[in-house]
Write a protein that binds this ligand. Structure first.
Ligand SMILES: NC(=O)C1=CN([C@@H]2O[C@H](COP(=O)(O)OP(=O)(O)OC[C@H]3O[C@@H](n4cnc5c(N)ncnc54)[C@H](OP(=O)(O)O)[C@@H]3O)[C@@H](O)[C@H]2O)C=CC1
Ligand SMILES: O=C(O)[C@@H]1CCC=N1
Length: 272
């Protein structure tokens, strides 16, 4: 599928690197068909050495060379980049953006180019366990959709949606979600240490409990409340703990946090 495709990744930061790593690990494309761009020389050298891909500071040359150009810069950098890259893309080139909040129309107008995919991955992509939601402008043809599916699926699961309004929601759930999970992990580990467990032990207990619970939920496909009931013995420890979680407003705090991320994503888009 991607064997003969040349890919430019504009911005070799955390997510740019995750995509390079995924594409190469899956053996989807040879390293000499990927170019990344990066303003800092040390970062360019680090990525070149780690992956054997070419890394340059010339965005225009990279985007012109490629058939797929991926924007992996901060949302605030996008408006500065578009005038620079206007006219650099080939006919038939596909643009993929992973920038939070930035709508497809910003690229279509800024680049005068109509084939644009907007995607929202997450950091577990770094180990091939990402979750990416994506949508495409009407001018993205079947072949280009195939490229997008293969690229975005190279670092985890991908899900196509036919409605761009889902992207700000996905940003709040799967894009930002790992941070919620990491905070829960950290809090549970610290609580274990507070109880008196050695830190190494608290870490292993918490990480495997999270992993096992997620696998169990995915494999059983039972409703989370049913799985929770299975843990909750009458008059037991879980009921005591759940009472405190409800009293502390866990559900509403999480919901408020997710709404805040959603609103911020939508707000970022309005400034573009
Ligand atoms: N981190 C996450 O969890 C997720 C991030 N995203 C989105 O991915 C995008 C990138 O995020 P992330 O990887 O975390 O951010 P990073 O800051 O790690 O990566 C952005 C990279 O772009 C580089 N850069 C800055 N200006 C330019 C330029 N003019 N030309 C080329 N490269 C440039 C930066 O270099 P320098 O450091 O020198 O400025 C940096 O290496 C964002 O839009 C974000 O919304 C999407 C999903 C998840
Ligand atoms: O915090 C952010 O804006 C980015 C987008 C999704 C996750 N991190």
């Amino acid at each position: 599928m991607l064997r003969d495709i040349r890919i430019a990744i504009i911005g070799a930061g955390i997510m740019g690197e995750a995509m390079i790593s995924g594409l190469l690990k899956q053996n989807l494309i040879p390293a000499d068909q990927i170019v990344a761009t990066e303003p800092r020389a040390e970062r360019r050298e680090a990525i070149e050495q780690r992956y054997g891909v070419r890394v340059t500071d010339d965005n225009v040359e990279a985007a012109h060379w490629a058939q797929v150009t991926i924007f992996a810069v901060k949302p605030q950098t996008v408006p500065r980049l578009l005038p620079e890259l206007r006219g650099a893309l080939r006919d038939g080139e596909l643009v993929i953006s992973i920038a939070a909040g930035v709508p497809i129309r910003t690229y279509v107008q800024g680049l005068a180019h109509s084939a644009v995919v907007r995607a929202m991955p997450n950091t577990p992509a770094q180990i091939g366990e990402g979750m990416t939601v994506w949508t495409a402008s009407p001018d993205v043809n079947e072949q280009q959709r195939g490229w997008a599916r293969a690229i975005l699926g190279s670092f985890g699961r991908q899900m196509f949606v036919d409605d761009e309004t889902y992207l700000d929601m996905a940003t709040a759930i799967n894009g930002t979600g790992p941070a919620y999970i990491f905070m829960v992990l950290e809090a549970m580990i610290d609580a274990g240490v507070h109880l008196g467990l050695p830190r190494y032990m608290a870490e292993e207990l918490v990480l495997q409990t999270m992993l096992g619970s997620v696998h169990y939920a995915m494999q059983s496909r039972r409703h989370p409340a049913e799985l929770r009931n299975g843990v909750t013995s009458p008059g037991g420890t879980t009921a005591a703990a759940l009472y405190e979680l409800e009293r502390g407003g866990l559900r509403t705090v999480l919901s408020d946090a997710i709404w805040a991320a959603y609103r911020r994503s939508a707000e970022l888009g309005k400034t573009m």
